[in-house]
Design a protein around this ligand. Structure first.
Ligand SMILES: [Zn+2]
Ligand SMILES: [Zn+2]
Length: 77
């Protein structure tokens, strides 16, 4: 079972999860370092200091400038 860490929705296959992550409404922040998407509340504690929640990513101690807020709704058909 593969679970989206943004919205906790579960998928049977890793491919299904990958496809979902492109359109996940709760994965609105996009890290320019590792290319991962995640929720804003996963990246910041106080809304000021942002860190990439990916443990393998160097995007730590960074500001909001590193992240693009992607409008995933427009990518859905
Ligand atoms: Zn999701
Ligand atoms: Zn990152």
């Amino acid at each position: 079972m593969h679970t989206c860490r943004n919205c906790n929705q579960s998928f049977q296959t890793e491919l299904a999860l990958e496809l979902h992550r492109d359109t996940c409404k709760k994965g609105q922040l996009f890290c320019q370092v590792c290319g991962d998407r995640f929720r804003e509340r996963d990246a910041t504690q106080d809304g000021w200091h942002y860190e990439c929640p990916n443990a393998e990513c160097d995007g730590e101690g960074l500001t909001e400038d590193l992240f693009n807020v992607t409008d995933v709704r427009t990518a859905q058909h």
